[in-house]
Design a protein around this ligand. Structure first.
Ligand SMILES: [Zn+2]
Ligand SMILES: [Zn+2]
Length: 474
């Protein structure tokens, strides 16, 4: 372990000897010769390490955070690879099935038209024909499958590269994380380990930002699904959407006072009567629905919904989000943090200057950023964990933000009522990265948005429309 710590990460055969304060860089003699000859503060390591103390507790917390985030990115990438494979398999099956159906019906036609007119000896050419077609069909199946497989491999290759980088970054950082407690008594080694650790965290953060959180979606398909039930008396108002990891989807229909469960084909298979204002995922089979001043937990089992426990709150409850046991509740003008058992932890943020300044919220995958939409102030706010305001995003295109979602990779999605669009905003919450869908794509009065990594799609719920929109994205 000591030897691996002492090796230069750029010049693998060389031992680290110096530290350049100008660049905050650990250097071997080659590094110094090539890149730091003109630097003013290049000191030998033992000297650089003396008297420098690192806060190892803080370092260890941020290392663990980064490790968990890169692991989540790896899983996210693996989900995307899986969903690509499933969609290709379906596509491939459809082509082959279509051809098979055509041939069978053609054969049947031949048979019925010849049966009336021909004699015994005609049976032979028909069976010969059948054999021939069977052979051709098998051949087609083989070549199509081969072609499709190659196409799939081609599409999966870049995803695999990023997945492998996740694995490598996780491995390297984990190695340092384990090494640090073992070298605590040795100033030079712990200096090197902490510097390397910080460098790795930075590198991983940049990698995650470039490849995940700020990775812009491209839309490559759309489908529309009717979620109105025969018993519904009103046109649907879909106030919230939740995608379950198994591909099922929950929609909160406020006009009909129902939470509906949709199967993988987006057909309603079960429902519960509640008055849902917002909804969030708690576990892969449980959601929390917020109502006027209470939170109703709902479980999903064998395609059926069932009410479980309920929390009574002292506040109004307009929006809800969950992150690893923390429940965030928007009251309309404040954001509160609760435990899952309903114990109030703290008030994170408040703005009583207007109505609905804190309507819906979402949490980044590591919990270090909270996003809030402020409907009538046309704003997206980004807060630190403790409620400090980090960024405010306003834009002429952001007129009346109505829905908000953060993907497992940290991408921020906002749907927006005033100009009928679905936007992707940078994870810093400072600027727009892309307009993913507009009125031309059927986005009319969008009210909720959600991403499903299982199906690689963005689901949009609308106000005053029985259809939900499903955009396939890459
Ligand atoms: Zn070097
Ligand atoms: Zn330097």
């Amino acid at each position: 372990m000591e030897t691996s710590l002492l090796i230069c990460i750029i010049h693998k055969g060389e031992k680290l000897r110096m530290y350049c304060t100008d660049h905050s860089h650990l250097c071997c003699s080659k590094c110094v010769e090539l890149n730091h000859r003109l630097c003013l503060q290049v000191t030998p390591l033992p000297q650089a390490a003396t008297g420098k103390s690192t806060n190892f507790k803080n370092l260890s917390v941020s290392t663990e955070n980064t490790l968990s985030q890169i692991k989540q990115c790896q899983t996210y990438q693996e989900d995307r690879m899986k969903s690509l494979k499933v969609s290709y398999k379906e596509h491939e099956g459809l082509i082959v099935d279509g051809l098979r159906v055509n041939i069978v019906s053609y054969l049947r036609e031949c048979e019925t038209s010849t049966v009336n007119t021909t004699h015994e000896h005609m049976q032979y050419p028909i069976s010969e024909m059948r054999e021939e077609i069977k052979y051709l069909l098998a051949d087609f199946e083989k070549s199509t499958i081969k072609e499709k497989k190659e196409e799939l491999n081609l599409k999966q290759a870049p995803l695999k590269v990023v997945r492998n980088s996740c694995i490598r970054l996780h491995y390297e950082l984990f190695h340092l994380h384990v090494a640090i407690p073992k070298v605590l008594g040795k100033p030079e080694l712990s200096f090197i380990a902490s510097k390397k650790c910080l460098e790795n965290i930075q590198q991983t953060d940049i990698f995650i930002k470039e490849n995940f959180s700020n990775k812009v979606f491209t839309v490559n398909g759309k489908s529309v699904h009717n979620v109105k039930m025969p018993s519904d008396s009103c046109t649907c108002w879909i106030k919230a959407v939740c995608a379950l990891p198994d591909g099922q989807v929950l929609v909160a229909d406020l006009s009909n006072y129902k939470v509906k469960l949709l199967n993988q084909q987006y057909r309603v298979v079960s429902h519960l009567d509640v008055k849902p204002l917002d909804m969030c995922l708690i576990t892969p089979t449980e959601v929390a629905v917020c109502m006027q001043d209470e939170v109703q937990f709902i479980t999903v089992s064998q395609s059926q919904l069932a009410k479980s426990r309920k929390l009574e709150l002292q506040h109004r409850c307009k929006g809800i989000a969950h992150h690893q046991g923390d429940l965030y509740i928007c009251t309309g003008t404040a954001l509160y943090k609760f435990t899952l058992s309903g114990k109030l932890v703290c008030r994170v943020y408040e703005d009583s200057s207007a109505n609905l300044t804190v309507e819906k919220c979402a949490v980044s995958p590591t919990g270090d950023r909270l996003y809030i939409i402020s409907r009538y102030q046309n704003k997206l706010l980004t807060l630190a964990r403790d409620g400090t305001l980090l960024a405010t995003y306003t834009d002429p295109a952001l007129r009346v933000p109505s829905g908000l979602h953060v993907t497992p990779a940290g991408q921020v999605l906002v749907c927006e009522w005033g100009s009928n669009t679905v936007l992707q905003v940078g994870r810093e919450g400072e600027s727009k990265l892309a307009t993913l869908a507009t009125r031309e794509d059927g986005v009319r009065r969008p009210w909720s948005v959600c991403y499903s990594s299982t199906t690689s799609s963005i689901i949009v719920g609308l106000y005053g429309d029985n259809n939900i929109l499903v955009f396939r994205v890459e």
